[in-house]
Ligand binder design. Sequence first.
Ligand code: GAL
Length: 400
Amino acid sequence: MLTHLSVLLGAVSAVSSRSVPEKRLDNGVGRTPALGWNSWNQGGCNAATAAVVLNTAQAFIDLGLKELGYTYVNIDDCWSLKQRNSSGHLVADPAKFPQGIDGLARAVHAKGLKLGLYGDAGTLTCALYPGSYGSEQKDADTIAAWGVDYWKFDNCLTEQVYTNKGIKSPEYYPVMRDALLKTGKPILFSICQWGRDEVWTWGGKVGNSWRMSEDITNDWASVSSIAARAATMHEYAAPGEFNDLDMMELGNGVLTEAEERAHFGLWAIMKSPIIMGTDMTKLKESTLKVIKNKTQGILAINQDPLGKAATTFTPKDQAGPVSGKLYKYFAGPLSDGVVVGLVAADGVATLSVNFTDVPGLGEGSFEWTELYSGKTGTGTSVSQRLGAHDMAVFKVVTKK
Ligand code: GAL
């Protein structure tokens, strides 16, 4: 039914505009934000090896992350040889991937996990490995045959072939979408063009997720500014189509424990994929606690089938959000309640909200749970003292 509806919708939009991508991706995967890991934030090119992938996959199992839904183990840039083979196919670097990507996919699948890989819409990737321009179908067929489950598609070296000629990303990203669809394999399509061309307005027709910003860096300023920006795009999240706030920096030694809670909490409630970017075999206990979230409540909010993103709301008597700056009050609908996020964006604070000010709540008494502490209560408001950059995430129940 959904498929038919999507085809119909696709046909309608095809008539209405040429430059807007016509079809929906509708590949059945990525209905909730992807949970997993990617090599890039851990170690750039150096982490793109079979050994690191296999250690990560094993860590997902050993740490109990797999059973919480962490599924995708993704290789980023630098996995291939610098030259295609004589038939024009991409070749995995045998020094980094002795069993090939197909062998690695089999090993990852045997652990009950999924394998992701990285490509690029231009002539070369950002680290100057072969891009897919002109070989889109060949590459889609190759990764499908290898058993790849997730394809991140970057935007480097697109100038000569596209953008200098006035061809914009809404026109060239669908080439790979269509190639993936033609394989008939349910490969999650992760668009990475750094938030260009207002990707959030059309990304849902092309991919399962789309990066809405430039690359994250390992500091609070980057985390908070991406989150502030993402809050303005909340209406574009839906099952199978999500803003990607970029890969996590938890565990990378710079963010405080409080900042790790806020980073994870904000990404989760805004329905971003949560793709870890650190050495999973060396996680600190405090980081593990955040990403597992004792009660599983924050992960469950991220994975809520409703798929709607939280955004800011302004309590009575408070100043509203300032563009580019992280705001303190967030809320969003869930299939069985409302999530309320309080963020000590400006430093130590006691933050309080009356439920009458929260979209989706209102008059009356509600049951709530603060998901980092497990504290529960019933009432007409919540309040929490928070250290600098810390976050509290309340699940407020509206239905029994
Ligand atoms: C960037 C991308 C990063 C990473 C890097 C690899 O363009 O945004 O997430 O994939 O390329 O070179």
